[in-house]
Write a protein that binds this ligand. Structure first.
Ligand code: GLN
Length: 329
């Protein structure tokens, strides 16, 4: 790129143009946008400010750093892991290779939850009057944080099996929320951290705490809603994923067992015991999984299918089940 003999000075515009063509030839998606995002990141500026500094030349240190970032992208590393960030729900989330990069379609899960929970009289905890939600497999914390931002009178328990993911999620909560204490992060597999949570972790919530010793036979937390965007890729589809996804994003966040449905099986069989009567289970699903998940819900005692929501591409994306009885497993 740099012509050493003439010591050519590369301006911002020239670099955007050169890199766009280079990415195009290498089959990188959205080549111009990617070039701009990486250049802005390298220079430590907002993308928009590139446009007002088109003629500005880069110094040799900036140019070397930009080249390194171009090479990373050519090796198919996702732009978001290079820049360390991704937009979700109009907020900029920190992302690392320990967390799934939040996808735009997951905003539909948040939208669906907001529609259902903005009728507090129907859904709030009858004892405390406030909402208690769970976000299972929180990853970067995107779902929990988006909900906390919109529902101020709401406590959200967010779990993840990966401590490193929880570190990212905690950072995002502190960085993005006025009141990060609205979210309680617990480490563990699916709903397991909510079975007998350490009381110190829920201390200070007072009547907002869904963990009330002596109010029932179980120490389980109870929720008005449980949300999850579980790993749902089948083994066969996993093998065919784009290198950006298959080689760089955490396998544990993507692979849903042989048929891609194993987390739905596990979640459906356990979640009834963690929901208040009338509580919602809100799940993201993958392409073509609606029928299978619907059948599983219909076969689960205590749950009924409430609705299936399509995403903007017309794909069934979010399934809502509701707890219908008042059995206490
Ligand atoms: N909750 C995160 C998201 O929706 C992570 C999900 C996951 O790792 N499967 O993006």
């Amino acid at each position: 790129m740099a012509d050493e003999k003439t010591k050519k000075q590369w301006t911002i515009l020239e670099l955007i143009q050169w890199t766009t063509h280079y990415f195009q030839n290498k089959g990188i998606q959205s080549p111009r946008l990617t070039a701009e995002l990486l250049l802005a990141y390298t220079l430590g500026v907002e993308r928009i400010s590139l446009y007002t500094h088109y003629d500005k030349p880069l110094n040799s240190r900036e140019l070397a750093a930009f080249k390194e970032n171009i090479q990373r992208r050519i090796r198919r590393e996702p732009t978001q892991y290079i820049t360390g960030k991704q937009e979700f729900w109009s907020m900029t989330f920190k992302v690392t290779p320990d967390v799934l990069i939040p996808r735009p379609e997951t905003e539909l899960l948040v939208e669906t939850a907001l529609r259902l929970f903005k009728q507090p009289a129907q859904t709030a905890d009858p004892l405390s009057g406030s909402l208690t939600l769970a976000d299972i497999g929180t990853g970067s914390g995107n779902i929990a944080i988006a909900l906390a931002k919109e529902l101020k009178n709401c406590v959200i328990y967010a779990s993840d099996i990966s401590e490193k993911a929880l570190e990212v999620a905690r950072y995002n909560a502190k960085n993005l929320l006025e009141n990060p204490d609205q979210i309680i992060f617990l480490k563990g597999d699916l709903l397991q951290p909510f079975e007998k949570p350490d009381s110190s972790q829920v201390e200070g919530l007072g009547t907002r705490s869904p963990y009330r010793e002596g109010t029932g036979s179980s120490n389980k937390l109870k929720f008005n809603g449980i949300l999850c965007n579980p790993p749902y890729i089948s083994e066969k589809d996993y093998a065919g994923l784009a290198p950006e996804v298959g080689q760089y994003e955490p396998k544990i966040a993507l692979l849903g067992g042989k048929d891609g449905l194993s987390y739905y099986r596990r979640l459906l069989s356990t979640s009834v015991g963690y929901l208040f009567t009338q509580g919602y289970l809100i799940l993201e699903i993958g392409f073509g999984q609606k029928e299978a998940v619907q059948k599983m819900i219909e076969r689960t005692p205590g749950l009924t299918l409430q609705e299936v929501v399509k995403d903007y591409a017309g794909i069934d994306r979010v399934v809502v089940a509701r707890r219908v009885d008042d059995a206490r497993p």
